[in-house]
Write a protein that binds this ligand. Sequence first.
Ligand code: FPP
Ligand code: MG
Ligand code: MG
Length: 387
Amino acid sequence: NSSSISYIDPIKLLGSDLLDLTRNIKRLLGSGHPLLESISKYYFTSQGKHIRPLLVLLISQATSLAPKQYQTSSSTDYYEIIDSPISPSFSSLELVNKSPKEIYQPSFSAQGTYILPTQRRLAEITEMIHTASLLHDDVIDISETRRNQPSASANFGNKMTILAGDFLLGRATIALARLRNPEVIELFATIVTNLVEGEFMQLKNINRIDNRNSSSSHKEKNEKSFTFDYYMEKTYMKTASLIANSCRGASILGGCTREISDIAYDYGRNLGLAFQLVDDMLDFTSSSDEFGKPVGADLKLGLATAPVLYAWEEFPELGPLIDRKFKDKGDIEMTRNLVYQSKGLEKTKLLAASHCKKAISSILNLPKSDARSALVQLTDKVLTRKK
Ligand code: FPP
Ligand code: MG
Ligand code: MG
């Protein structure tokens, strides 16, 4: 399909929409308590990649010309609900300003593709949930930096950082409820539960399969494949579910058929898996200046990610180190060296590339548009990113 190779830069296609994003999110985060307000806004003052909202907006455009199950309302009255002031228990109403009306009007591109106000708001909600998870994550990971700045937990302490994450989640839920779509609310509630499940899976492995009756070579093979499957399942939960279900949500708000929302979900799932695989690779190959957050963090946290699990296939002596979460003296250095000596990093990248390929073949089932080309392009950005 020749259309898949036309180069459309996702950021250029949606640049101005992304500028509105942070401003609109900040409007949802007013509180009578100034410190709560600043902590919940803290990660919106640094430059994130905005990959999730970018995806929601591109999927919205790319599915706008696809077959529809129902007609979406374009009455302005309906959009007033989305943006009416939030009634706070402890904060003055005037802190939660309404957005300029023009932001929440449907916008059309030259090709006739469009983004609905509800979809624009969904992009903001997605970024808010992601940011809430980062606030909690930096507490759990005891991480000192994010986006080349002190982390929220390093700056404000764990207690307030956790609470600010919860506040963000609450405000995101208000905005979500206002979209008046129960199916999308269910998808987003699933995202939050999946984030927690993924984080739990990472924190505490469940017992390996009981294969006492199999031969020792079988046992080893089963153990390795179980561990890798578990890692991929965790990766779906902590990263890909948010991306996949946001893509599905955008297409549902657009009134698309089940077939189209399945395509959107499948694209998001594969892109999300690739994204986290690359993240786990960069933890070994990047520098903290480039990455904007500490590198080598996973081994320190006791986590065996794809590069280590692949290296374990070549170097069985890694098994006990993985089991004891690299906590003995010299474990981290030894693992790191074996990972570099192995094909682990290369194989991780290949696996990420194979998920990008699946994402592309899924998205090419949508009608041709610039947004679709940008979604194809995005898989390449995910694969070659340095931060
Ligand atoms: C970053 O991963 C973190 C996540 C992808 C999800 C974190 C989820 C939670 C803490 C569950 C609770 C969340 C909510 C919203 C209730 P990472 O630590 O591998 O990446 P990093 O290097 O960017 O820190
Ligand atoms: Mg983490
Ligand atoms: Mg972390």
